[in-house]
Design a binder for this molecule. Sequence first.
Ligand SMILES: Nc1nc2c(ncn2[C@@H]2O[C@H](COP(=O)(O)OP(=O)(O)OP(=O)(O)O)[C@@H](O)[C@H]2O)c(=O)[nH]1
Ligand SMILES: [Mg+2]
Length: 393
Amino acid sequence: MAIARPVRVLGLAAVMMWCFFLYQVFRPGANIKVPLGIPNNERDPLLDPTGEPEGILHRAGPGYAPDAAHSERINATLLALVRNSELPGMLQAMRDLERTWNHKFNYPWTFFNDEEFSDEFKKKTSEVTNAETRYEVIPREHWEVPSWINMDLFQESVKILEEHDIQYAGMMSYHQMCRWNSGLFYKHPALANTQFYWRVEPKVHFFCDIDYDVFRFMQDHNKTYGFTINLYDAPDSIPSLWPETTKFLSAHPSYLHENSAMNWLVDKARRPDHNYKANGYSTCHFWSNFEIADMSFWRSREYEDYFNHLDRAGGFFYERWGDAPVHSIALGLFEDRNRIHWFRDIGYQHIPFFNCPNSPKCKGCVTGRFTDGEAWLNKEDCRPNWFKFAHMD
Ligand SMILES: Nc1nc2c(ncn2[C@@H]2O[C@H](COP(=O)(O)OP(=O)(O)OP(=O)(O)O)[C@@H](O)[C@H]2O)c(=O)[nH]1
Ligand SMILES: [Mg+2]
């Protein structure tokens, strides 16, 4: 018996709706609750009025003039690893930082490159600051792929990383850059007599007027490391980083600081899937495109041994270990967590994330906004973990 056409259409529609319903229920990840950056019952501290840090602060004055006979500047530099082709982005970042901070303090800029800087790069960058500018080429032995890396294995590893959508997996220079930023930049001869640095990348933005010498702040308040943004990493870029770390720790148990941030490193309450895939590490890290830090820490015995261990393990190439998780794990293990400072007052953006405090000194960013990208990016915020296990200062 023939079925009437409208009934057939209705039946087909019902089957399609049923299929759609089943897909919604059983599609991968459908039952996983997406954690938001700041839990609903907690208040984002960036929404609270933010002033300067407490304690003595050094203000701009004649001692900070570029050619001051008796300079009040301490032993520090602004530092950028950058390509000649990134000149426009570098100028933009420099203008922002000069406008908000460095025109008052005139700390030198030191630029690093794996090849010679062009005359145009030197000319244009020196025009946007009154401070001294230095241009340094990285020694070949610091940049080239170490002899123990097997290129066939590298190519095979790239395929696996690409299957997991790891960005820049096949770009050798990206791996070299991460390794250099992890364990080599502070060994450059041009920095031999420099203690503190502020890392600046092309295209980043600074939004808030800062009226004190941040390097003096680090020194006077006994801080090792300053950050603005705290993020989760892609676990598939670092599956063996934590296992290598625990191996290293077992061989050097005395390196673990008595006031370490170990609990922060191994948290699995917030994103258990990340901890699971990263084999015991939460993947929460200080986002290292912004760093204000004391190189004495990187030059310490503990860090030197740790970096050499990681370097030999090969994960800068066979996986895609970034300098952010490497630096963060080392700080979390070997440093007193009270010596790590959240620069909540420094308004900052590296696409697609912000640190934008509630302060009349800030212009051009939306207070408390973490990202201007897709909403799901909010779950990458792991500041609440730092606040929970460490502190907000
Ligand atoms: N001289 C030089 N600088 C590099 C090279 N690769 C990266 N850099 C610099 O290293 C820093 C980090 O590189 P990015 O490409 O910004 O890496 P990222 O921040 O993880 O990636 P994005 O999200 O695309 O910005 C930037 O300051 C770059 O200018 C390189 O091969 N040579
Ligand atoms: Mg970048």
